[in-house]
Unconditional design. Structure first.
Lengths: 254, 333
């Protein structure tokens, strides 16, 4: 059983090949980190696989009807847009729009669960537009969580969060995967990605360069080639430790 | 943090306000008549003259006040929700400009004088034309930006054509009539006007009320809305058709009445905690109250001068706009 399947996905924007022959599938139980430089095609991959932008190739999600898709995958976009000063509670409940036929009790339960998971109890009556950027991000993650789908896709969900909040979101996602759901999130913090993800997909110039467990993907060669950095990685009693050392070019100059 | 009244209480309160203003609109007029006599005449009792005044002059005026105000308030709320911009107003899709052009042509060509429904029907034809043009220009998949730009282009074109008609008008009386019509008014309308606008208003209101869920989801942007099960293409179509039916109907019977669609959703947004779906019915009631109140003011402040309704709403609306700018500046600083 797969929750997302992409075959030979290509996407061209303004004459530039942004995605080039993407093949992947995501199964229940996986927490997949999508990594790569700025402009590698991470956001395009997420949006194209949801059918939000036109692309060639086949995506199991883009193939569904809009309503079916909303019950198969939730999406937290990168642009953290909140147009109106709605209370946090109502904003999280927007995730339930995907379930128009659900009973109001299950809507309530899913909303409450999402609020508790992101520790938003203290903010629930505040206007979401008056919160800090990190708090808003947590509200938007909770909204996607309340959609209660087997697959959660998030575009840089932990950017702008404080360290403790970053770790707890990564734990939350890993926990969802452990429950038999799946998460696909684009990430820039390779250290957190190495520690919490079950699998990493490295994207470079619209192609998948490496796909596998973190230790197999975060090799010195891949890091130098796709990120232009050097790093140290070790497995300690605390789990996998990953520390970026320098940019690859400046080390070469030494 | 101030929390507004509960939603049902808000709806009840606004409904009471509209009802009060509606009764006031029925009872206030140049002919000083007893309240009891007026109400009796409305239900077909009492002197025939009074029955005529109530049923053929005051009732249509009050009914049109409710309908036009609700149409303007509601479509303003929907337009702001869809574009996620508090400065959006229902005229943005080009309907009011095109309806006005239709009406102006009807006056100029003598259609309006030839038979009583000539003017409103021509205005409705203009409104429908604008919908077809906007949808053709913006394309079926066109985003919000394409929609606004096409709307602005059509408004500008309709405005230019209206000016051309005025410019070429050989008859100063026709030009005068056109200008007065464009100022917007509810005076001297008959039940015929109510019946011609009503079907459009009902269809438009039904369409726009159905956009609530989609607009709620759009609070978080188009990607978030689309991935939570909202068909944006259908939403856009519903919105353009609904707004055009409401604004076309309103402009056809009352002329161009500005600022109501912009100001009313603004005033009421806080009371529904910014929630777009709840703002739709609330703004419909608020718009009805505002137009009824403005029409009452026009009749009582200077009854002999025939101040046009659209002039008064703009006079109230523009300073309110300045107030908004000042408030934004303060909170932004």
């Amino acid at each position: 059983m797969t929750l997302l399947m992409l075959s030979d996905m290509c996407c061209t924007q303004d004459g530039r090949q942004v995605l080039d022959g993407i093949n992947l599938s995501i199964a229940p139980g996986e927490f997949v980190g999508l990594i790569g430089r700025n402009g590698a095609g991470k956001t395009t991959l997420l949006r194209a696989s949801l059918g939000l932008i036109p692309a060639q190739g086949w995506s199991s999600l883009a193939d569904m009807s809009v309503r079916e898709r909303a019950r198969a995958a939730a999406f937290m976009p990168q642009g953290r847009e909140i147009a109106w000063p709605m209370p946090v509670e109502s904003l999280v409940a927007l995730g339930r729009i995907a379930h128009p036929d659900a009973a109001s009790a299950s809507d309530r339960a899913a909303t409450e669960q999402a609020i508790a998971a992101l520790e938003l109890q203290g903010l629930r009556h505040r206007a979401a537009t008056s919160l800090s950027g990190g708090e808003q991000a947590r509200v938007l993650i909770a909204r996607a969580l309340a959609q209660d789908t087997p697959l959660l896709m998030a575009d840089e969900p932990i950017a702008g969060l404080d360290p403790a909040a970053q770790i707890s979101v990564m734990r939350l996602f890993a926990g969802l995967a452990a429950q038999g759901k799946a998460v696909l999130a684009s990430l820039h913090d390779l250290g957190l990605a190495a520690r919490h993800c079950t699998r990493l997909i490295l994207l470079d110039h619209g192609r998948i360069v490496a796909d596998g467990p973190p230790a197999k993907v975060l090799t010195a060669g891949h890091l130098a080639q796709s990120f232009g950095i050097t790093a140290q990685m070790s497995v300690g009693p605390e789990g996998m430790l990953f520390q970026v050392i320098d940019t690859a070019s400046s080390q070469g100059a030494n | 943090m101030t929390r507004g009244a509960t939603y049902p209480a808000l709806l009840t309160g606004l409904s009471c306000l509209v009802l009060t203003l509606f009764l006031a609109s029925l009872l206030v007029g140049p002919a000083r008549l007893g309240m009891w006599d007026c109400l009796r005449a409305l239900f077909g009792q009492g002197p025939e003259m009074l029955q005529l005044v109530m049923r053929e002059i005051r009732l249509p005026r009050a009914l049109l006040g409710v309908m036009v105000g609700a149409a303007l308030g509601m479509s303003g709320a929907v337009m702001q929700g869809f574009l996620r911009n508090p400065l959006a107003e229902p005229g943005l899709v080009g309907t009011s400009g095109s309806a006005a052009l239709g009406a102006v042509l009807a006056i100029q060509l003598g259609l309006a004088a030839a038979f009583p429904l000539g003017l409103p029907l021509a205005a409705l034809v203009g409104a429908s034309g604008s919908v077809i043009l906007v949808l053709l220009l913006a394309g079926p998949q066109g985003g919000a930006l394409a929609l606004i730009l096409s709307g602005i282009a059509i408004s500008a074109l309709a405005g230019a054509a209206t000016s051309l008609v005025l410019n070429l008008s050989p008859n100063p009386f026709a030009a005068n009539e056109i200008i007065f019509w464009m100022l917007g008014s509810l005076a001297d309308r008959s039940m015929l006007h109510v019946w011609i606008a009503l079907p459009f208003m009902l269809v438009g209101a039904a369409l726009l009320l159905a956009t609530g869920r989609g607009l709620d989801a759009l609070t978080l942007g188009e990607d978030a809305a689309a991935s939570s099960g909202i068909n944006l293409t259908r939403l856009r179509l519903t919105l353009v058709a609904g707004t055009a039916a409401l604004i076309g109907g309103a402009t056809a019977v009352a002329g161009a009445i500005g600022f109501v669609g912009l100001v009313v959703p603004h005033i009421l947004r806080r009371s529904v905690s910014g929630r777009p779906s709840r703002l739709i019915p609330v703004s419909a009631l608020g718009g009805a109250a505002m137009v009824l109140a403005a029409d009452l003011a026009v009749r009582t402040i200077a009854p002999e001068r025939d101040i046009k309704l659209g002039v008064l709403t703009a006079l109230i609306g523009a300073p309110f706009f300045l107030h908004l700018i000042l408030k934004t500046r303060r909170s932004g600083a």
